[in-house]
Write a protein that binds this ligand. Structure first.
Ligand SMILES: Nc1ncnc2c1ncn2[C@@H]1O[C@H](COP(=O)(O)OP(=O)(O)OP(=O)(O)O)[C@@H](O)[C@H]1O
Ligand SMILES: [Mg+2]
Length: 151
């Protein structure tokens, strides 16, 4: 487990960019953290590093947004407003499409996540404005190697 503090939005973006430099197909990044903690900021940083030029907006209504035009396809999910069956999302398909999956509020679908994944919990600090503590937990060898390379 790693603990990284970022002091502003830019540092969170840089962290995402560093992780992108170690990307691999079928990578899954699970983001957890309160509203406004920085999950979408992280996703934007990663997407930009992939070369995706479209604006990244939270996929509120369709839950899953696809960005096919980067170095690897990006599948951005935000399951906060998920209603109905998780099964209906066909998540497993996305985990094996050869792209990168980034899931906001992944803790809400804990039982449906792949065994191997990168978990990032973002904590807002009460006393330091714009600081975030990211608790990063790599599960599986590929993610451990990624963290060793980047952190
Ligand atoms: N260190 C930091 N890292 C990331 N974002 C930060 C940081 N400091 C301040 N911010 C601000 O916090 C906000 C994070 O918003 P963001 O939309 O990424 O949150 P979120 O976790 O995706 O929320 P939601 O659960 O509503 O989707 C932005 O306004 C950003 O500028
Ligand atoms: Mg968000």
């Amino acid at each position: 487990m790693y603990k990284v503090t970022t002091h502003n939005e830019k540092e969170t973006i840089e962290l995402a960019q560093n992780m992108e430099s170690e990307k691999f197909p079928n990578m899954v990044i699970c983001l957890e953290g309160d509203l406004g903690s920085g999950k979408t900021v992280f996703t934007k940083g990663f997407a930009h590093a992939l070369g995706i030029e479209e604006a990244i907006t939270s996929p509120t209504f369709n839950i899953i947004k696809e960005y096919p035009n980067g170095e690897l396809p990006l599948y951005h999910m935000d399951v906060y407003r998920l209603e109905g069956n998780v099964e209906d999302l066909g998540l497993d398909e996305y985990f094996h499409k050869g792209g990168v999956v980034i899931i906001e509020w992944a803790d809400m679908i804990q039982d449906y996540l792949p065994e191997e994944r990168l978990e990032i919990k973002i904590r807002v600090l009460d006393d330091v404005e714009d600081a975030r503590v990211l608790i990063i937990n790599p599960i599986g060898q590929a993610y451990e190697e990624l963290c060793e390379a980047v952190l």
